[in-house]
Design a binder for this molecule. Structure first.
Ligand code: SF4
Length: 157
């Protein structure tokens, strides 16, 4: 029997109200794509895994550390969330990962610059970086075409 495709995904992209504001980042096109390929989904929120509450003060990365907007160093919580996410990814033997772009945890190619002014710079969030270090393939919700190509390849096997 064909093996199911398993994907670990930022829970906020699927409509879970886990983001700092208490809202979500539901991306209907992503949901449609996942349904088309009958993907088995593993949902995570690294910041929740790190013990941070919902809602919470927004945070950004500055000089390799994470600070909340009220200037608390919350790097430890982000590191803990990244380790737990990695553990879940490994335990579930996921084929790849889709994480929310620009988040200080989940951003895979871009993040905010740490000044809380909306400026975006190239870089990765703490969890995206940790998973990439472990050679896990990370996409964002902004790469649906690439994700579909990857799914087509996996579906052939
Ligand atoms: Fe979404 Fe990731 Fe932020 Fe959780 S940590 S709300 S999954 S972007």
């Amino acid at each position: 029997m064909k093996k199911e495709i398993k994907v670990l995904i930022s829970a906020c992209l699927l409509g879970d109200n886990v983001k700092y504001s208490g809202g979500n980042n539901l991306t209907p096109e992503l949901v449609t794509l996942l349904e088309k390929y009958n993907v088995d989904i593993v949902k995570v929120c690294p910041e929740c895994f790190g013990g941070l509450p919902i809602p919470r003060v927004p945070s950004e990365i500055r000089e390799n550390k994470v600070f909340s907007k009220d200037n608390r160093d919350i790097t430890e919580e982000f590191l803990a969330g990244a380790e737990e996410t990695l553990k879940v990814a490994k335990e579930n033997e996921v084929n790849f990962v889709i994480l929310k772009e620009r988040s200080p945890s989940c951003g895979s190619t871009h993040i905010y610059d740490g000044s809380f002014s909306g400026n975006v710079i190239p870089g990765q969030g703490i969890t995206a970086k940790r998973l990439t270090e472990e050679k896990i393939k990370v996409f964002s919700e902004e790469n649906l075409e690439e994700i579909e190509k990857y799914l087509v390849e996996l579906d052939k096997n």
